[in-house]
Write a protein that binds this ligand. Structure first.
Ligand code: SF4
Length: 485
């Protein structure tokens, strides 16, 4: 998990929950009304929280509850909160307050739920509170305040893959809960507990159901994807009648056989990651790694207690690129961590120049209530943090812009996300949804969300690219397919 993963724009509002459910169900489903049990749902925070929301909504829909899009229409509102950084806590508290004011019956769940006292101090009237991934308890709390509908009009309408809150063509695949690390700036382990890997058979079953439902891209998420299976000693599970080890490499091999895009998020540069790079070079999974490095100075990494702090990251990245030259690396960094000297910061800038990462997010350090880093000496002044942030962004903006310029003239497969009045908008393998750039196909209307087409890049700025569609049969494109997915 990285600080970047809290983005208020990713908030799934009441309206979004209803709309996404309607999209997934509308295709063949008759419009049904009449149930007396209507739920409003607001999901805040990161994709992991969104997956929790999907599970709760799936269960409620299975039991016959309707999901509605306004506070006024709801009999009860569930707020799935985020508590990662202070602004996330505030947004969660504000949202609970809004739901109480507009509706009055509110159940709270999610990361902030572990701080029940803090919530009750501000909002004493919430009906019930739970922490993250407490799906069954939330559903029981709903039963207590809004009895299950007798007649279930939705029984036939729940798709095999359950309720999804992302567009039809991509989905988050959560492989584990919790985290065994104790990064000093992070309170996730205190909210979500230690690593708890899902059985590999369950993960692969879910992936297959999503693929069968039309999903074109799976985004593998967890707090530390490279640690998958450590808690169960990488025990052998079963899928499709065959033994499969509970580890990241085996998971990637199996997902790679499904014939859809597979993108890895929150991976740490451990030696075990070396084994997934050949799968990327062979085109089995996308050559894309989201590695939240957070810093490059060994001293600061130690103060942060970062996983893989002792790894030789630059050497590792170079070796990966030799095996898979098209590998895209996204990362996030924190500047102004307590004790960060000008020398540490320069080490970070030097690292950026040398590592030539493709996509980078940067955050100014701020205290998070309950984090041990709050007690570290030598805080960096706000003025200095801002100055370092600007210097960091200047260096990385130049690198990112050059990386995208280098793609002009090349052909890539583009997954279409939407078609607007100006044309189609999609992404190539280098871009994860929500966090990376987009590929704009101006005046291209003959496509639909979920289509994969070949396109040639004709223009780029430091974040996005513009492209024109090319013929699928084009030989050059076919050759490029090997290298660029
Ligand atoms: S403790 Fe570290 S690795 Fe674990 S979730 Fe927090 S930032 Fe991520």
């Amino acid at each position: 998990m990285t600080v970047e993963k809290f983005d208020p724009q990713q908030t799934t509002t009441l309206r979004v929950a209803k709309e996404e459910i309607s999209k997934h169900h509308n295709a063949d489903a008759p419009v049904l009304t009449g149930t007396e049990a209507k739920i409003g749902f607001v999901s805040l925070g990161c994709p992991k929280n969104l997956v929790d929301s999907e599970r709760i909504l799936t269960q409620l829909r299975t039991e016959g509850y309707d999901v509605v899009s306004t506070y006024h229409d709801s009999d009860l509102v569930i707020v799935n909160t985020c508590g990662f950084i202070d602004s996330a806590v505030q947004e969660s508290l504000d949202t609970i307050g809004e739901a109480l004011k507009e509706n009055g019956k509110v159940i709270v769940t999610g990361c902030l739920g572990v701080k029940e006292d803090e919530i009750r101090e501000v909002h004493p009237n919430v009906l019930a509170i739970t922490g993250p991934h407490a799906y069954e308890t939330v559903v029981e709390q709903v039963h207590d305040h809004l009895p299950k509908p007798q007649h279930n009009p939705f029984q036939q309408l729940i798709p095999d893959h359950g309720v999804k809150l992302t567009p039809r063509h991509y989905a988050y695949l959560k492989i584990s809960e919790g985290c065994n690390h104790r990064c000093t700036f992070c309170i996730i382990p205190s909210m979500r507990g230690d690593l708890d890997s899902r059985p590999i058979g369950d993960v692969l079953d879910e992936a297959k159901r999503l693929k069968d439902a039309g999903v074109q891209e799976l985004l593998v998420i967890s707090q530390d994807t490279s640690a998958y299976g450590v808690d169960v000693k990488h025990q052998t599970g079963f899928w499709d009648g065959m033994p499969v080890k509970t580890n990241m490499v085996a998971l990637c091999e199996k997902l790679g056989e499904m014939g859809i895009w597979v993108r890895l998020h929150y991976v740490y540069p451990y030696p075990s990651v070396d084994k997934v790079i050949p799968l990327m070079a062979e085109g089995k999974i996308l050559p894309y790694l989201d590695i939240p490095l957070q810093h490059a100075s060994p001293r600061i990494l130690k103060l942060m207690k970062r996983p893989a702090a002792a790894e030789r990251t630059l050497e590792r990245i170079k070796a990966w690129r030799e095996i898979c030259p098209e590998l895209i690396i996204r990362s996030t960094f924190i500047v102004g961590f307590p004790g960060e000297t000008e020398e540490d910061f320069q080490t970070l800038l030097d690292f950026l120049e040398e590592a030539q990462l493709d996509r980078v997010g940067c955050f100014k350090y701020s205290d998070v209530e309950g984090a041990t880093a709050n007690d570290l000496p030598d805080p960096v002044s706000e003025e200095e943090k801002q100055s370092r942030f600007e210097r960091f962004m200047e260096v990385q903006a130049r690198i990112s812009a050059q990386k995208l310029q280098d793609k002009i003239g090349l052909e890539y497969q583009v997954l279409i996300d939407e078609v607007t009045t100006e044309g189609a908008v999609g992404r190539c393998y280098a871009d994860a949804p929500e966090i990376d750039g987009k590929v704009y196909l101006t005046d291209e209307f003959d496509v639909a969300p979920g289509d994969k087409i070949w396109a040639q890049i004709v223009h780029a700025d430091e974040h996005d690219m513009w492209a024109v569609k090319v013929d699928d049969e084009d030989d050059e494109g076919e050759d490029n397919a090997e290298a660029t997915m």
